[in-house]
Design a protein around this ligand. Structure first.
Ligand code: BG6
Length: 529
């Protein structure tokens, strides 16, 4: 975070706010369940710390970590300091840290014990303003802000098996102010489980107070899809079956499952990446223009796309989906083990680490345009991108077959990460070679144009939770529709376990079988950039 200097003061609301400053969130107390875990350490706390450093948190806030491991407030602060220092590297601001750390607290307890929840409740009450360390007692905030009841934010960063008791537990805690719950993936393991979880959430929280995290939606470049599409006149007239031949959505990772073998065994690439992240990207690319940027309007349009997905029933799951698993290989110049050699993974695991699916959207706009989705671990490149391939020009250029053969269709590539940006591939005259045609790229890169990397997804999403804006979170119907699409593939794969795993070496572009999805339509996967 070398481009950010760290501030000690919080942001101001209303008339006291600096002109043009982002809206300041109202006071809050955030309880993080699973605070001793990996997500809190790697993502949540560094994001909260950066927001504090940027002066984007209000004067009145407190963060209460809750997990099973016993720990004092001081030990928790120390641990979080290490986490933030690791995230910031040399730019870590040692001087400002104590100010932020004074807002961190910790309570140990079980996730399913009524008496532990009672203790949690009184600790929260204390922080909410009643007790000596309460955020209402800071005395620094003037006017109406001081009078506001802080929002209670409950963040579930725990294994899914604990969700039910935590939701019941926090759902029963009375609170006169705003109350929101943030739920990490997985949102169920199939449609039936997702429905059960959603019904439980609905018993205790209003839908707009449920924030189902899909961190892809917090990525700046993902949000830019809607701006690019709807704030420019040049794309929308072409954004349909008449001009777009096919769409590729790729999330390619070079990392393996690392220490998450146990979790991954319950998930696999289809559930882990396609059900959430990739289908959300598909919905953003394919949706109609929402009436406004309000959460309800945006989410309605996305849900319509998911509802129009052709069900993967009958033979479709077999013809339109391909799976793979990595074996040992070389990535980034070093030898890496295969999936079956990773910790927590059985030696005969049939879980897929690669999945590719053709999705068909049966609407006027998209009928007949395949959306090829693919994702995998331990692939040759780290890249997430959306490539829209346009139709070929309808005539042979100047009736000259040699030019015609070189006139490749246009491709618009939205690069989500790591090199965030957009490029458009065009045909151009090659200088000084008579009449010759070559390929050129128009390029827009976030880093070079705006001079810095976009903010981390978790920073954006946490601020939205503080403001109570669920636009960038998955709504209940979206999650269920995505499961309805994925479930038949999961079932088909479970009924015919793969016999050829591992079928790609770590460091390869994926299994050969994935080529079939495109080659039967006379196409090839794009090499990601
Ligand atoms: C998570 C998945 O949701 O997304 C991980 O559970 C995956 O398996 C990760 O590695 C990818 O996120 P990103 O932001 O690195 O593309």
């Amino acid at each position: 975070m070398s481009d950010r200097s760290c501030r000690i003061t919080g942001c101001r609301t209303g008339a006291t706010a600096a002109p043009g400053a982002p809206a300041c969130p109202p006071p809050f107390v955030l309880a993080i369940f699973g605070a001793s875990g990996d997500l809190a350490r790697r993502k949540l706390m560094p994001a909260l710390w950066r927001l504090a450093c940027q002066g984007r948190l209000p004067e009145r806030f407190a963060i209460l970590g809750y997990a099973r491991s016993p720990m004092s407030d001081e030990a928790f602060r120390q641990r979080m300091r290490e986490a933030c220092r690791e995230a910031d590297g040399d730019a870590f601001d040692e001087r400002t840290w104590p100010h932020f750390a004074s807002r961190l607290f910790y309570e140990a307890g079980a996730y399913d014990s009524a008496s532990d929840f009672q203790r949690l409740a009184s600790r929260l009450d204390d922080l909410d303003g009643g007790g000596p360390r309460g955020i209402g007692a800071s005395g620094r905030v003037a006017g109406t802000d001081r009078a506001a009841v802080p929002a209670r934010l409950y963040y579930l960063a725990t294994p899914a098996g604990t969700y039910e008791s935590i939701i019941e537990g926090v759902g029963a805690l009375p609170w006169p102010g705003p109350r929101r719950i943030v739920v990490e993936k997985p949102h169920g393991r199939n449609l039936a489980e997702a429905r059960r979880l959603n019904e439980l959430l609905a018993r205790h929280f209003a839908e707009d107070d449920v924030f189902r995290i899909d961190h892809y939606l917090g990525k700046e470049t993902v949000q830019n899809i809607l701006i690019l599409r709807f704030a420019n006149t040049i794309f929308e007239p072409l954004w349909n079956r008449k001009y777009i031949d096919y769409v590729e959505i790729t999330a390619s990772e070079t990392l393996g499952v690392g220490g998450r073998g146990g979790f991954y065994e319950q998930a696999g690439a289809l559930r882990d990446m396609i059900q959430g992240h990739l289908l959300q990207l598909l919905a953003l690319v394919a949706m109609e223009q929402p009436a406004s940027f309000d959460a309800a309007d945006v989410r309605d349009e996305k849900a319509k796309v998911l509802r129009a997905l052709r069900p993967m029933t009958g033979d479709l799951a077999a013809t339109e989906a391909v799976r793979g698993q990595y074996g040992p290989g070389r990535v980034g110049g070093r030898d890496v083990p295969g999936y079956r050699q990773e910790d927590g993974v059985p030696r005969d695991s049939r879980v897929e680490t690669f999945a590719a699916v053709t999705a068909w959207i049966d609407t006027w706009r998209w009928k007949g345009v395949p959306f090829y989705l693919r994702t995998g671990k331990r692939l040759d490149r780290h890249a997430t991108e959306i490539a829209l391939h346009f139709e070929r020009v309808p005539t042979c250029l100047f009736s000259r077959p040699e030019l015609c053969a070189r006139t490749e269709p246009n491709v618009l590539v939205l690069r989500v990460q790591p090199d965030e940006g957009v490029h458009l591939e065009l045909s151009s005259k090659v200088p000084a070679e008579g009449l010759n045609v070559g390929r050129v790229q128009m390029e827009f890169s976030y880093a070079s144009l705006f001079g810095r990397r976009p903010p981390e997804a978790y920073e954006t999403l946490l601020v939205d939770v503080m403001h109570g804006d669920p636009a960038l979170f998955a709504r209940r119907d979206q999650v269920e529709l995505a499961w309805a699409f994925v479930d038949p593939i999961v079932e088909a794969w479970a009924a015919t376990p793969a016999t050829d795993f591992p079928n790609y070496a770590a460091g390869a572009a994926g299994p050969k079988e994935a080529d079939r999805l495109l080659s039967r339509h006379g196409r090839r996967w794009r090499a990601t950039t």
